[in-house]
Design a binder for this molecule. Structure first.
Ligand SMILES: Nc1nc2c(c(=O)[nH]1)N=C([C@H](O)[C@H](O)COP(=O)(O)OP(=O)(O)OP(=O)(O)O)CN2
Length: 184
């Protein structure tokens, strides 16, 4: 189907709030090397892969529930109240030794879990979910508000922005359409 060039740019925009803890150990901010937390907002922007005129009956791009349920399940049940730690953080070892069940709730990141990195990882995960759902929708971008005064906005593909992990995509949790948050 050729898409109509007169169609307006139309986006579905969904926002979710979650709490998190993290620390940055690689020197970007000594203040942030102590474990601390934020209440964050993540906003995603989706569009139809094949934009079309509303059909005069249902008049939806796709139902909101179909577009957001899988994503919100991931944010609400996995990301919310998770601790985010770099794969180099010695606290990981502490949790695995002393609290192995809680260690499963740690989002393990390639380097420090900054807002820039988490925006890119979350967008990659969203792209994996959308592809697994049949590819009717694609992500235009993501906005991650760490605090009311600090936000990272990422438009387009996160691939060239993500640090190289040296592992194939299937061994990177952010490229898998599942609920995993670690590759340890
Ligand atoms: N480029 C980045 N720099 C920093 C990040 C980050 O994710 N990306 N994160 C932090 C810390 O997590 C810190 O908690 C937040 O930064 P900070 O600006 O110090 O936060 P405040 O809420 O105190 O900012 P105000 O300007 O006082 O509102 C540090 N740097």
């Amino acid at each position: 189907m050729t898409s109509n060039p007169n169609l307006p740019e139309t986006e579905l925009v969904f926002t979710r709030r979650f709490s998190m803890g993290h620390r940055l150990i690689s020197g970007s901010s000594e203040r942030c090397a102590m474990v601390h937390g934020h209440n964050e907002y993540v906003t995603i922007r989706l569009k139809a892969m094949q934009p079309a005129r509303l059909d005069g009956q249902q008049n939806v791009i796709v139902p909101f529930a179909e577009a957001k349920t899988r994503w919100h399940n991931f944010i609400d049940n996995i990301v919310d109240h998770a601790l985010q730690l770099s794969e180099q953080d010695p606290l990981l070892n502490w949790f695995q030794t002393n609290e192995p069940e809680r260690a499963k709730r740690i989002i393990v990141t390639p380097g420090d879990p900054t807002t820039e990195l988490m925006a890119a990882l979350l967008l990659a995960k969203l792209n994996a979910f959308l592809a697994a759902d049949g590819g009717k929708l694609c992500a235009l971008g993501i906005e991650l508000q760490e605090t009311p005064t600090n936000t990272v906005r990422l438009d387009g593909s996160p691939d060239a922005f993500l640090p190289t992990s040296g592992r194939p995509a299937a061994q990177c949790w952010w490229h898998r359409a599942d609920l995993t948050i670690s590759d340890l």
